[in-house]
Structures are given as C-alpha cells and as structure tokens.
Design a protein around this ligand. Structure first.
Ligand code: PLP
Length: 412
C-alpha cells in the first residue's frame, strides 16, 4: 500500500519545524543546557549563545539586540505589552486604542482591562479588514496611552498600514504596539522606519519550535518624555532584563534564531513563490466554484493566506470533509475554531453570521508544492458540491441573505 502524503494547508495555525531548525535545537539540547544565570563556564556558554541568538533575531527587524526579550509565546508577549503598558501608565491616561479584528491574545487582555481602569476603543475595519487612519486620529484623546494594531491578520491575511499608524503614534507621543505574530519572518519589518515601540512574535509560525516568542521593547522600555513605559506582569528572578522571569529556554531560542536566519535568506524568493500559489488558489476557486467570495484584501495580504466564503455550507464541514481526503485547512482562527461563534474578524469585515460560518482558510508555507495545490483544487469542488447537495440552505431555497443586497466582496 502506498502512503499518501497529508496536504497540510494550515500554516497560519502553526508550521511544521524546518529540519535545519530541528537539527540546531537538538544540538543545543545536548550542548547548551546551562542556566544563563550561572557563573560557571557551562552557564556562561549558554549565555553567549543566548546573546548571539538575540542579535540574529533583532537584526531581522532592524532592532537593537538589547531591546528583545524572550517569552514563552506570542500570547505572552501580547499580554505583557497590553497589561505592562496599562499598569505603568495609568496615572498618565486610561485610554487604549486597538482594532476590532485583533487576535484573542490582544483582544482579551484589552477586554479584561476595559472598564476595569481602562477605556478601550475597538476601531472598526473596512470590508477588506483595514483600519482607517482617520478613525485612528479621531479616536486619540489626551488620555490615550497605547495603540495596539496587529501587523497582519491571522484569519484574512490583511496587512495593516503600520508605517502610517507608527507615524501617528509618534506625533501624538503614544506608545505603539503591534502583534506581528503572523507577519514576522514572512514580510519585511523595520521597527525604526515604522516607529514601532513594542512588537510581538512567535517562533512556531515560522518553522520554529512551539513554546518560544519574543517582545521587542524600543529603547529597553524607556521613552523620551514618558520615561519607563512598560513594567513586568510576572515577578521572579531577574531574567530577560527584569521583564520576564524564569530560566531562559536557550535551545529553543537558538532554534528561533535559526528560523530567522533561514527566513532572512529565503524571504524574498519564498514570498514570491507563495504569492503565486496563493493567487492560483484564489483565482481558480472564484472562477470555478459558484457563490464564493474572497475575504481580506486582494493584494495587501500575507503571501500565504487564502480565505474564502462558500455560500450555503458550513466551514466546519469543509474542514472535516477535506481532512478525509488528506487535506488540512481551517475555518476561522485555529485557536477558536472549536467555538460555534462566528469569527469576530469575518463579522467585523461585514459578513453576515451565515456567510462567516461558510468560510475556509487555507494557508500555505515553505513546504507547499504545486502538486499539493493541484490535489487540493481537484478535491475541493467535489467537497463543496457534496456539502451543498446535503445543505438545507442550498441555492433556490429562500435563505436569509438571498434577498439582501450582495456584498461587493466579489468585485475585488
Ligand atoms: N497573534 C496572532 C496574530 C496569532 O495568529 C497568534 C496565533 O495564532 C497569536 C498571537 C498567539 O501566538 P502563540 O500561539 O505563540 O501564543
């Protein structure tokens, strides 16, 4: 019996590790086990590897090595950014601006603080998922201490106007955090040029290990005119610049550095290759399967993201049926895809709950081949046809959104 390879198209949820990264980590699990706080040579050797890795990673985003702290995940970095800034700056102001389409790792800390000491503005987005910089400027008050807008959305791939947002934040002396978990290592980021004060990233989205992330803090968390603008949210030993205690996971960080090294070398070529595959899927589906529409921006989107709504069926059924065919896609964000609530991102771009429920996200990556896309596009129409045949919501039957004016999603 020949074993068919599973076609994994869920790289936004997490990525398989690059074998070069596995090799690097394995080496350091053996060799670099020391505690970076120890005075002996084993500890010092681990400390040197930590600083070398920090430098490699910082260079990718044009940051100073000293301004990177390692965390256990993107979620932890987001929580330190939101809560650390809120706690440190409450005497200066109580207002935070974020967007309606943030990942739960930003949305939920903001909600925790909303009305418990902070007022949070969730900026709306347009049909492509873009915030308006005019809305942002209008939302700013003398109480605003933080703007947190994601670099690129995890569900629909839309890339926000980060440079403009950074300029507005700078002009108004407001701290600017961006959740770059989906963008880091995939598209160019320059924290200086974009005036980013705080940035979160995670290794497992770019072929690195799970369990390691980072927070970039400009100028070690000190800002002219404001002074210290962030404080820790956990207390323990003095690791990671007194911002994030706990023995440092040096082998994972060395693996993170390896992923970054590879990303630096391959980003340009790989992004172009993925855009081709991405657009091939999008164009083929929109042309060949009726009642479909693209979610997210047609061009200002991550090279690896496809998100399409299929009328009359449920995204969950598409995921389960494709899985039987050996193809892994997702619906909504992987972290919340077991929830029956429609995605807050798809609702925010104006989809009705029925349309949001019929969405499928396919995200490609370094190991995705043309052959895999051939196989996916061969199987997908059959799955859609089969599900539509079984659906009580099928075409011709009066359906909640049949009468409503069509969304103009398709003319993009
Ligand atoms: N932010 C975004 C935009 C994400 O896509 C994710 C993960 O899906 C996270 C934060 C959380 O990252 P982690 O899984 O490293 O906690």
């Amino acid at each position: 019996m020949t074993e068919t390879k599973y076609v994994y198209l869920d790289y936004a949820a997490t990525t398989p590790m690059d074998p070069r990264v596995i090799e690097e980590i394995n080496k350091h699990f053996k060799e670099s086990y020391g505690n970076t706080s120890s005075l002996h040579s084993i500890g010092q050797k681990a400390g040197q590897l930590l600083e070398k890795s920090r430098k490699t990673i910082a260079d990718l985003i044009n940051a100073d090595r000293q301004d990177i702290i390692f965390t256990s995940s993107g979620t932890e970095a987001d929580n330190i950014a939101i809560t650390g800034v809120a706690l440190q700056n409450m005497d200066r102001g109580n207002h935070v601006i974020t967007s309606a389409i943030e990942h739960h790792a930003v949305e939920n800390p903001c909600k925790q603080w909303d009305k418990r000491g902070l007022e949070v503005t969730f900026l709306p987005v347009d049909k492509y998922g873009l915030i308006s910089v005019d809305d942002l400027e209008n939302a700013i008050s003398d109480q605003t201490i933080l703007i947190s807008i994601m670099f690129a959305n995890n569900e629909i791939g839309t890339i926000e106007p980060i440079k403009e947002i950074g300029a507005i934040a700078k002009e108004n002396d407001i701290i600017f955090h961006t959740d770059a978990v989906q963008a880091f290592g995939k598209i160019p980021i320059d924290v200086e040029e974009m005036n980013i004060d705080l940035l979160s990233a995670s290794a497992h989205k770019i072929y690195g290990p799970k369990g390691i992330g980072l927070l970039y803090m400009k100028n070690k968390g000190i800002k002219k005119g404001i002074g210290k603008y962030i404080r820790p949210i956990m207390w323990g030993g003095g690791h990671e610049k007194d911002m994030r205690p706990s023995t440092v996971a040096v082998p994972l960080i060395a693996g993170f550095a390896k992923t970054v090294e590879i990303a630096k070398e391959e980003m340009d070529v790989e992004a172009k290759r993925q855009v081709k595959l991405r657009d091939r899927i999008i164009n083929w589906v929109l042309e060949n399967i009726d009642d479909t529409s693209l979610n997210g921006h047609p061009t200002q989107r991550l090279p690896n993201n496809v998100n399409i709504s299929f009328k009359y069926i449920e995204g969950e059924s598409i995921v389960l049926d494709l899985d039987i065919d050996g193809i892994g896609v997702s619906t909504g964000s992987a972290c919340s895809s077991k929830s029956l609530e429609p995605s807050h991102v798809l609702l925010a771009i104006g989809l009705r709950p029925e349309e949001a429920h019929g969405s499928m996200r396919a995200t490609i990556g370094r190991f995705t081949t043309e052959d895999e896309i051939d196989y996916f596009l061969k199987k997908l129409p059959h799955v859609i046809e089969r599900l539509r045949k079984m659906s009580p919501l099928k075409k011709g039957v009066k359906y909640m959104f049949d009468d409503a004016s069509e969304t103009d999603q398709k003319d993009i």
